[in-house]
Design a protein around this ligand. Structure first.
Ligand code: BG6
Length: 302
């Protein structure tokens, strides 16, 4: 299933961290470092001089950790996740491309099933690239290039996904960041945003159907699989952590999917909530055209 790891020339910032003997408070070392995880997968360790850090797996270009300067973790990986490349990582900011699903190809598409190329690093930032392979062409035979850039600042984790049609004929796609956010417990969570009056597709109804949300903020005490259309301004408030995380969809990501397998202990349901940045309606790209999705995660107080 996996493609060969290709580190492209120019990714010059990769170096093993030097052993430091300075006091802990001075140990933050800005940069991007290639590391190998216990399961054998490579990841890019992003460090910012503020002390903020992030971990981005080459397999799926999946951001599995984001810690603010105070060391608080905001991203979750499920306890049942496979971390050896045998299946997509169930956790992180997981890519759904070129399909969210269900649809003509496999659920959530193929972008999270393969290694991406690391094509650039600069300071506390790295860019990952996905281009067609025999594996992707078997499923979806179109000319494309997707770049995903992850950048740490003192105050945020910024991501930019650029989807380009590198061919001459148009094609449609859907995309999402299937974001798993770490929570102290679901009972401590409130998701604020422009929910009141929003239309949502409730995928748990049989058949799935559109409903209207009456609440201003969501609390989670049952299973969720909902696509909130036109909602892209959520804040995840966690009274257990005493922190909030603004999920700022600044471009492209028009919709928010809220998913919780409430009650499923095997998935560790009470340790995460998926608040996903989605372009749920099919996007059409003409030859040479591109689409950009920008998500910034901004920690703050309650
Ligand atoms: O386990 P995954 O692949 O990370 O996906 C989690 C869930 O994501 C949701 O969006 C789907 O509706 C579920 O069917 C799926 O189980």
């Amino acid at each position: 299933m996996r493609t060969t790891l290709a580190l492209v020339a120019g990714a010059t910032a990769f170096q093993r961290p030097q052993l430091r003997t300075r006091a802990p408070a001075l140990q933050a070392r800005a940069g991007a470092y290639l590391e190998k995880d216990a399961g054998g997968l490579y990841y890019v360790d992003l460090q910012h001089e503020s002390g903020a850090s992030a971990k981005v797996f080459v397999f799926g270009a999946d951001v599995t950790s984001y810690k603010d300067a105070g060391g608080t973790e905001f991203i979750a990986v499920r306890p049942d996740a496979k971390m050896d490349g045998s299946k997509p990582i169930s956790g992180g900011l997981s890519h759904c491309f070129p399909q969210f699903g269900p649809g003509a190809i496999q659920q959530h598409g193929f972008a999270r099933n393969v290694d991406w190329d690391v094509v650039a690093t600069s300071g506390s930032s790295a860019t990952f690239r996905l281009t067609p392979s025999d594996y992707t062409k078997d499923m979806w035979d179109n000319d494309f290039c997707v770049d995903f850039t992850v950048s740490l600042t003192a105050a945020s984790l910024d991501t930019k996904m650029e989807v380009r049609n590198t061919g001459t004929s148009s094609w449609d796609f859907q995309a999402a960041l299937h974001s798993y956010f770490d929570v102290s417990s679901l009972e401590n969570i409130e998701v604020a945003g422009s929910f009141a009056g929003a239309t949502y597709l409730d995928k748990l109804l049989d058949p799935p159907s559109d409903q209207t949300e009456a609440r201003k903020a969501l609390t989670i005490s049952e299973e969720y699989d909902r696509v909130y259309k036109g909602v892209n301004d959520c804040t995840l408030k966690d009274s257990g952590k005493g922190k909030a995380l603004a999920i700022n969809n600044n471009a492209g990501w028009k919709d928010t999917v809220v998913w919780s397998p409430y009650g499923d202990e095997g998935m560790g349901f009470d340790s995460f909530l998926c608040v996903e940045s989605a372009a749920f309606d099919a996007q059409t790209l003409e030859g040479g055209a591109s689409w950009v999705g920008e998500l910034s995660l901004v920690p703050g107080g309650l």
